[in-house]
Design a binder for this molecule. Structure first.
Ligand code: S3P
Length: 175
């Protein structure tokens, strides 16, 4: 039985889902999971290699399997990939099985935070600003659709964002 103790972080690349998720998991004394890391653990290769070999469709199928399995866990903090909300079943499972927290982040901050990262295939060999803007245009509504809590991460430290989410979760649970 799912007891709704789960917290699922959604948001674009560079929104800080993994960093905030790890910190939030500490505050909540819950284990932390990350769907991208889960896919890499199970396949033994990195996300970029999966995109190369199987294309985005192959990666999305693996992501869907990962979300389906990780949302069966009870009492976890889960960081999802920026595109996890594209799939309707992913959205439904995240919305049904836990509290969904949307880390809202401006384009400028996304660009700044992803600038040096080489592991994001959707940002390779393209103008990152245009790519991130295009993704956000398509996905903003999907993030908002399933968000229970929306928190801005712009110019804010990981610890502060995690604490704000923690307080909001406690408030909603009537603690
Ligand atoms: C993606 C975001 C990435 C990763 C993959 C695709 C996306 O995760 O899942 O590269 O479609 O936005 P992060 O949001 O953790 O960078």
């Amino acid at each position: 039985m799912i007891t709704q103790q789960n917290v699922y972080l959604i948001g674009p690349m560079g929104s800080g889902k993994s960093a905030v998720g790890r910190q939030l998991a500490r505050l909540l004394h819950l284990p932390f999971h990350d769907s991208d890391a889960d896919i890499e653990d199970r396949t033994g290769v990195n996300i970029a290699f999966i995109f190369e070999q199987e294309g985005e469709a192959g990666f999305r199928a693996r992501e869907k399997e990962s979300i389906e399995r990780l949302t069966l866990l009870d009492g976890v903090v889960l960081a999802t990939g920026g595109g996890a909300v594209l799939d309707p079943q992913n959205r439904r499972l995240l919305a049904e099985r836990g509290a969904v927290v949307y880390l809202k982040t401006s384009l400028d901050q996304q660009i700044a935070r992803t600038r040096h990262a080489r592991h994001r295939p959707l940002l390779n060999d393209v103008d990152p600003e245009r790519a991130l803007a295009g993704l956000m245009e398509h996905r903003a509504g999907l993030y908002a659709e399933i968000a229970d809590i929306t928190v801005s991460t712009d110019h804010r430290r990981v610890q502060l964002v995690a604490e704000e989410i923690h307080q909001e979760l406690l408030r909603r649970r009537g603690a």
